[in-house]
Design a protein around this ligand. Structure first.
Ligand SMILES: [Zn+2]
Length: 407
């Protein structure tokens, strides 16, 4: 026995009684089949209703493929032969408004842009339709939105019924059903006629505003996200508050926020440029000081220094600066999570700095590094200042042993 679906004839009926005719399970949860029901099962893009059966919460409603029975999935066991059913009205009405709103918006998109709806999806977070084309102009979306809201304002009657065979032959449907024989039709007076099993409002005015939020290209289709009624109001409230907060934060009118953002972006770019120039001067001064204080006992200037306050890129700049002086060797390191050794010499000295680097990195037992004879860099492991100093000492010892002289 299949369930009599009361919502087919009256979307506004949310309290009912029925015989419990079968106990079963659905995905491991207890479920019951009733002689008749107001509960809408998930289908046709519309989510299921929620509510109670004898005060046991109904957490899911599904159609059983085999016989079309409506399964009421319950939060707990239900032991009764007669049940009182109660559907949650806020959720049902939200679904009714959005489903009828979808029919109107789909027809409006055909009117304005010949764009046909090929998909419909409704969830607590978003309501979308997919159109059979890869793009749609923003002006066309606006025009469809205008038309849809005009249909709402005209408060047109909406009729849902099962037409007779003769009646069916005379109907021009937006969407032809994929079922054989008897099917249900939803008619929004003089605007849209389509096959649909969903729950709908009785008059288009109940929908409230229909607002498109965004249009996303998805391959060969576009996805149009929209909201109706209370959800549209909540969305407007949230976005209005957000924009007002942004404007207050920037001490401008809300319409000036884009310009204020652009100014901030430009300012930020100029500041970064200035900061980079200042940093270069600071690093050059630091490099000069290091070169002045270099150990010259070996006949050239030797700088050995472990940095804690500069990242490897900055240490590189310092090294490049000092080895611009003739007869100079720099053995430097940057401590940190990804510590680096940077060893280099002026062009007039014979040392192979790649070999010097290897001696230093051997202390850390790593082999990640290389370069050219005058400039080498490597590391990439965590090393504190003391560990960097140890590695630099090994590099300096190799340099003094003269076995890293090339040629
Ligand atoms: Zn529908």
């Amino acid at each position: 026995m299949t369930t009599e679906r009361l919502y087919y004839t009256d979307s506004y009926l949310i309290a009912f009684d029925a015989d419990l005719i079968e106990h079963t399970t659905y995905n491991g949860a207890p479920a019951v089949v009733l002689s008749r029901t107001c509960f809408y099962p998930t289908s046709g893009g519309q989510p299921h209703d929620t509510g109670t059966l004898n005060s046991v919460p109904v957490i899911d409603v599904a159609i059983r493929e085999a016989d079309g029975a409506v399964l009421h999935v319950l939060a707990g066991e239900l032991a009764a032969e007669r049940v009182q059913g109660q559907v949650d009205w806020a959720r049902r009405f939200d679904h009714m408004r959005h489903h009828t709103g979808q029919h109107i918006l789909s027809q409006a998109l055909i009117h304005v842009a010949q764009a046909e709806t090929v998909g419909f999806h409704m969830s607590p977070d978003s309501i979308t339709i997919d159109l059979n084309r890869p793009q749609i102009a923003p002006e066309q979306v606006d025009a469809a939105e205008d038309l849809a809201n005009r249909i709402v304002a005209e408060n047109r009657p909406v009729r849902a019924w099962f037409p007779s065979e003769d009646e069916r032959a005379g109907l021009t449907l937006r969407k032809v059903p994929d079922v054989e024989g008897r099917f249900r039709v939803v008619d929004i007076a003089d605007f849209d006629v389509t096959a649909c099993g969903g729950t709908h409002v009785a008059h288009s005015g109940e929908i409230g505003i229909i607002k498109v939020l965004r249009v996303d290209k998805r391959g060969d289709t576009v996805r149009v996200e929209f909201r109706c009624g209370e959800r549209a109001l909540l969305d407007y409230r949230e976005k209005n508050a957000l924009l007002n907060r942004l404007a207050a934060e920037m001490t401008v009118g809300y319409w000036e926020v884009p310009d204020a953002l652009e100014r901030l972006r430009e300012e930020n770019k100029a500041l970064r440029r200035d900061l980079r120039a200042v940093r270069e001067v600071v690093l050059a001064a630091e490099a000069d000081a290091l070169w002045q204080a270099a150990d010259r006992s070996a006949g050239y200037a030797l700088i050995v220094h472990a940095f804690e306050d500069h990242d490897p890129a900055e240490v590189r700049q310092i090294v490049q600066h000092v080895i611009a002086h003739p007869a100079t060797v720099a053995l430097c390191g940057a401590a940190g999570d990804k510590a680096q050794l940077i060893v280099a010499r002026s062009d007039d000295l014979p040392y192979d700095m790649v070999a010097v680097l290897k001696h230093g990195l051997a202390v850390w037992q790593v082999d990640r590094g290389g370069g050219r004879p005058s400039f080498a860099q490597g590391g990439g492991v965590a090393a504190a200042r003391a560990a960097v100093e140890q590695a630099l000492a090994a590099a300096a010892a190799a340099l003094h042993s003269e076995n890293v002289t090339k040629g």
